[in-house]
Design a protein around this ligand. Structure first.
Ligand SMILES: Cc1ncc(COP(=O)(O)O)c(C=O)c1O
Length: 356
C-alpha cells in the first residue's frame, strides 16, 4: 500500500447522515446506498486523488464513451461485522485481481491496490455504522469503472472514473429457484468478454432472461456456443451433484471466475467432498435427471452465496429435482459453512477474511 495516496485522500462528509431513517430490516438488495461514495479519476495516463464524498449523482458529457460503447466494468463483494464490532471483508484481493483483468479486457487502465483495497477500507471506516451485526446482515460493495471521455468515436476512452458504492444487504431465504437451460441464446462467445465483469454481459442477458421469466423460470443457465455444455447462470456459477460427486465447469474466457465458486470448491474439498472440475454436458445432466442420480443443482455467487435449484427445463421439457432433507444437502452444508466463516462465527483456516 502506498501511504502517500491514502494520506492525500480528500474526505467531505455529509451534513447529516440518513442512517436514522434507513429501514435495515426491509432493505431490498442493491436499492439503497450509504451516505458516502469513493471516487477517483483517471486522466493524462494516471490515476488521481482518492475522494470520499456524499453519495450524489455524477455529471457526464452526453457523448461520454460509456454511453455509446459500453466501456464499463464492475465488481461485487461483501463486508461483515463481528459481534465485537470488527468489520471483515471477504477475499478482497480476488475482486481486486478480477477487476483489473476485466479492465485490461475492456481496454481500460488497471488500478493499484492502494486505491482499490486501501480506498475501500477508508470508505468502510467512514461508513462503519452502516454495517450491521448478525448472520444474514452484510454490506454489499460495488466498485465500478466507466469511460468518461467525450466524443462519439469508437475507440477507447483516455479518461475514466473509478467509484465505490456501499449498500446494506440482508439475506432473505428466497426459496429454491427454477431455471431454464439455454438452447438458443448465448451469454458469451469464445474469445469474447464473458470472463470479464463487464456491464454489456448483463444487458445481453436481460432479454432471454425476461423470456425465461415469462415462461415461469427465475434464471437461465447459459451453455456454450453449441448448447451442449452447461456453463453458468445469470449472476452465479453452477454446481451439479450426481450421486455424491459435485461437478462444476472449469472457468474459461466465457465464464466468470467466481469468488464464491472457488471458495466452495476449497471448502468442499476440506469437508471431504468429491468435487470434479470438468466440462458438464447437458446430456449427462438430462440422463442423470431421468435415472434419478441427479441429486442437487445450485448456484454460487456473492449476492445469495448459494441458491438451491428445484428444477430445470430444457427444450420445453421440465425436470424436477428430488426432495432432499436439509442435513443431506451439499448446497445447504456449503452455504452454512461459508456464511459462518464470512461472519466470523467459524474458524477461517484459509485466511480469507481481512479485517478493516
Ligand atoms: C455472471 C456471473 N457469474 C458468476 C458470478 C459469481 O461470482 P462471485 O462468486 O465472485 O460473486 C457472478 C456474480 O458476481 C456473475 O455475475
Amino acid at each position: 500500500m502506498d501511504s502517500n495516496i491514502l494520506n492525500n485522500l480528500k474526505l467531505t462528509k455529509v451534513a447529516a447522515s440518513k442512517i436514522d431513517t434507513f429501514d435495515f430490516e426491509n432493505v431490498k438488495f442493491g436499492e439503497k446506498f450509504t451516505d458516502h461514495m469513493l471516487v477517483c479519476e483517471y486522466k493524462n495516463g494516471e490515476w488521481g486523488t482518492l475522494e470520499i464524498k456524499p453519495y450524489a449523482p455524477i455529471t457526464l458529457d452526453p457523448s461520454a464513451r460509456v454511453f455509446h460503447y459500453g466501456q464499463a466494468i464492475f465488481e461485487g463483494m461483501k463486508a461483515y461485522k463481528e459481534d465485537n464490532n470488527d468489520i471483515w471483508m471477504f477475499r478482497p484481493d480476488q475482486n481486486f485481481e478480477r477487476f483489473n483483468k476485466s479492465a485490461i479486457r475492456l481496454a481500460m487502465p488497471a488500478i493499484d491496490e492502494t486505491r482499490f483495497i486501501g480506498g475501500l477500507r477508508e470508505l468502510i471506516k467512514v461508513e462503519k455504522e452502516w454495517v450491521r451485526k448478525g448472520l444474514g446482515n452484510s454490506l454489499y460493495i460495488r466498485p465500478f469503472m466507466i469511460a468518461t471521455e467525450s466524443g462519439v468515436i469508437a475507440s477507447p476512452s483516455n479518461e475514466f472514473l473509478f467509484c465505490i458504492l456501499l449498500s446494506p444487504a440482508k439475506s432473505y431465504y428466497a426459496g429454491k429457484i427454477k431455471v431454464q437451460i439455454a438452447d438458443y441464446y448465448s451469454r458469451a462467445a469464445n474469445g469474447g468478454i464473458g470472463a470479464a465483469k463487464a456491464a454489456g454481459n448483463y444487458s445481453a442477458q436481460f432479454y432471454p432472461t425476461k423470456l425465461a421469466q415469462e415462461a415461469g423460470f427465475n434464471q437461465v443457465i447459459w451453455t456454450d456456443s453449441n448448447h451442449t455444455h452447461l456453463e453458468e447462470a445469470g449472476t452465479m456459477n453452477v454446481f451439479f451433484r450426481i450421486n455424491d460427486t459435485l461437478f462444476t465447469a472449469p472457468t474459461s474466457d466465457r465464464i466468470l471466475d467466481g469468488v464464491t465458486r472457488k471458495s466452495l470448491i476449497q471448502l468442499g474439498e476440506s469437508l471431504g467432498y468429491d468435487i470434479k472440475i470438468e466440462p458438464v454436458q447437458v446430456d449427462t445432466i438430462l440422463n442423470s435427471a431421468k435415472n434419478g442420480t441427479l441429486k442437487e443443482i445450485f448456484g454460487a455467487g456473492t449476492a445469495a452465496v448459494v441458491n438451491q435449484i428445484e428444477g430445470f427445463s430444457y427444450k420445453d421439457q421440465y425436470y424436477q429435482l428430488p426432495e432432499m432433507a436439509d442435513e443431506g444437502s451439499y448446497a445447504l452444508q456449503l452455504k452454512n459453512a461459508l456464511t459462518k466463516l464470512q461472519n466470523k462465527l467459524a474458524d477461517d483456516p484459509f485466511n480469507w477474511t481481512v479485517k478493516i
